[in-house]
Design a protein around this ligand. Structure first.
Ligand code: NAP
Length: 238
């Protein structure tokens, strides 16, 4: 029987985990909630780079690696592909399709944090929806800006930043209400793809708001890539 190691940390990964067996393992970095109602084992925390993951795969007799991490979790995806190469254990991956800009969208593509800050300069009230990274920069907020940062954990913020702890999926109605109360003039986003967090882009388009979009990282090739979870779940060894 093939023992599966599923690398997770996303809603899609959790859905896949519900189709695993008691012999399989669901692995989380440990940033968010830990599910306690899964049919498989759950392990938390990093493996210790490619070496640690390679060791784990061998010791635990893993026969299939499934990378269902977030499209921006590039380090973990690179480690998974490298450990797969080192052990000859195949790696499959969920490679969620990116969102495409539509008519009426005003997307401004950025790479690193410095580019993001430069693109943000003309604006006063950004909504950040890019996870924890803005927390490291709360003391650098220019005097003409007030930031709203939406992320999974709670954080006190400061005089020029408010942190909203929230978890998708988000609806257009909810996003409209938030955009109105926050008086945002720009949205900062990753190109995560998928339906759960797409409503912010629809509402930004409706309101003519620009979106500063972080470019996707390049992910390594794998033995099998799936764009959605249904096919991946159907293909899992039973
Ligand atoms: P990352 O930069 O690619 O990973 C950093 C390190 O975290 C990895 O090298 C690994 O440590 C550990 N790690 C990541 N995912 C793991 C997993 N599933 N199981 C065990 N260790 C894991 O990724 P990240 O941006 O920190 O994201 C961490 C987690 O949050 C991922 O599971 C990802 O799916 C989820 N997430 C990320 C984003 C995002 O935008 N980046 C958004 C939503 C959810 P070792 O090298 O020690 O093994």
């Amino acid at each position: 029987m093939t023992r599966i190691l599923l690398l997770g940390g996303t809603g899609d990964a959790l859905r896949i985990a519900r189709h695993l067996g008691p012999n399989d393992v669901y692995s989380l970095a440990g940033l968010g909630k830990v599910p306690h109602d899964l049919p498989c084992a759950v392990r938390i925390g990093g493996f210790g780079g490619v070496e640690g993951l390679t060791r784990y795969i061998v010791q635990e007799r893993i026969g299939l690696l499934v990378d269902a991490t977030h499209p921006y979790a590039a380090q973990m995806s690179a480690n998974a592909a490298a450990a797969s190469g080192a052990t000859n254990v195949p790696c499959w991956a969920l490679r969620r399709a990116a969102w495409d800009a539509q008519e009426g969208d005003d997307w401004r593509m950025v790479g690193d944090w410095a580019e993001l800050v430069a693109a943000l300069k003309p604006f006063a009230r950004p909504l950040f929806t890019v996870g924890r990274e803005p927390l490291a920069h709360l003391h650098e907020i220019p005097s003409h800006q007030f930031w709203t940062v939406r992320m999974l954990d709670q954080h006190p913020g400061n005089a020029r930043a408010r942190i909203l702890d929230a978890r998708g999926p988000y609806t257009a109605e909810g996003e409209r209400a938030l955009f109105t109360s926050g008086a945002f003039d720009v949205i900062v986003s990753k190109n995560s793809g998928g339906a759960a967090t797409e409503a912010k882009l629809d509402v930004a388009r409706e309101r003519g708001l620009p979106v500063i979009m972080q470019r996707r990282p390049v992910l390594p090739p794998v033995q099998r890539a799936f764009s959605g979870i249904t096919r991946l779940i159907d293909a899992l060894p039973k």
